[in-house]
Design a protein around this ligand. Structure first.
Ligand code: A3D
Length: 328
């Protein structure tokens, strides 16, 4: 038998979306696998360590006949392979270890994220970038400074994960299905994040009518410490299943132009009285990226919590400006 069909994965014939994931560690590989499983597009997995992205990409591709997804997954060290990506997810960096705060990571990861962003943007000048590397507020600012992209095309992943953690703890506390619980966490991605009980619901009923103030406080505190709780358990790394799932929820919203309302780290231009900082706020995510910010009417204590969170974001921005200045 002879067959002279077109090359199946040639994008000229099959204009699929292209997703690059930089950093093929726990979070990057999990996000890549979930994105492949959901057939969001062809995937390029890149890492500085030779063999890791190639091995993980091949492994993912070999799972596709069983799981039934039909996308390309390629592992590489070469940024040329990432050319013309629609979406780039940056997870490259070092992860937090027990006893290490997110800010301890700062100096190393600024260097890595600045380098990665410059290389990504050169190959894919029209892409949308989701930044995941910690400390998140500082890294997404680093990527914005280096890329020069508008705020629509540089978004940080944090709120979807933090809100998912809060949803999990609410569902456990009330012994109800997770599918009926919605929650909202705003602010920076750190100890000062702002879980908003007033905007969290169970089957449409405000959380404040379902749980005592004391129990809500406990859930809010556990949410803010959610990353550290996993680090303490794992001992050799940080969370990756829920972060991977959170990244892919954002990726799907963008690649399928879903106009989802999701909490993301967005560059604020006057919203919430904040100008020129990334903060976690409810955003509209669609084909254009971060297409808009929803401004909630916060009460006094919520406003205070946002201000406290802003203080840590401001400090992170100053650190990044200093580190980028030293590198220049
Ligand atoms: P890990 O499993 O160590 O993977 C990081 C990968 O990045 C490794 O494979 C490295 O080889 C690779 N890497 C390092 N430098 C470069 C470079 N210059 N270019 C390309 N690849 C490089 O960590 P992880 O996957 O568990 O976490 C990745 C990052 O995400 C860390 O900074 C975490 O702290 C962060 N993270 C953030 C969240 C948020 O909610 C914001 C959640 C979970 C993890």
């Amino acid at each position: 038998m002879r067959w002279s069909g077109v090359v199946k994965h040639d994008n000229a014939y099959f204009p699929r979306k292209k997703i690059t994931v930089v950093g093929s560690g726990n979070v990057g590989a999990t996000a890549a696998f979930l994105a492949a499983y959901k057939e969001l597009g062809d995937i390029v997995l890149l890492d500085v360590v030779d063999g890791i992205p190639q091995g993980k990409a091949l492994d993912m591709y070999e799972a596709s006949p069983i799981l039934g997804y039909d996308v390309n997954v390629k592992g590489t060290q070469d940024y040329a392979d990432t050319a013309d990506s629609d979406l780039v997810i940056i997870t490259a960096g070092i992860a937090r270890r027990p006893g290490m705060s997110r800010d301890d990571l700062l100096a190393t990861n600024v260097k890595i994220v600045a380098d990665v962003t410059a290389k990504v943007v050169k190959q894919s000048p029209n892409c949308i970038i989701i930044v995941v590397t910690n400390p998140l507020d500082a890294m997404v600012y680093t990527a914005k400074q280096v890329s020069g992209f508008s705020r629509k095309r540089i978004i940080g992943m944090a709120g979807v994960l933090d809100s998912a953690r809060m949803r999990s703890f609410i569902a456990q506390a009330l012994d109800v299905s997770i599918t009926d619980v919605s929650a909202l966490v705003l602010g920076g991605h750190g100890d000062t994040m702002v879980p908003l009980a007033r905007y969290s619901t169970v089957g449409g009923v405000p959380l404040t009518e379902m749980l005592s103030a004391e129990n809500i406080q406990k859930i809010s505190e556990r949410t803010a410490q959610g990353g550290a709780e996993i680090v303490e358990l794992l001992k050799t790394g940080s969370a990756f299943y829920a972060p991977g799932a959170a990244i892919v929820e954002m990726a799907e919203a963008i690649l399928k132009d879903q106009n989802r309302i999701l909490p993301c780290a967005a560059w604020l231009e006057g919203e919430y009285g904040i100008d020129g900082y990334f903060m976690g706020v409810p955003c509209k995510l669609g084909g254009g990226g971060m297409e808009g910010v929803i401004e909630l009417d916060l009460n006094e204590s919520e406003k205070e919590a946002m201000q406290a969170s802003l203080a840590s974001v401001q400090a992170a921005k100053e650190d990044v400006d200093r580190l980028l200045g030293e590198q220049a």
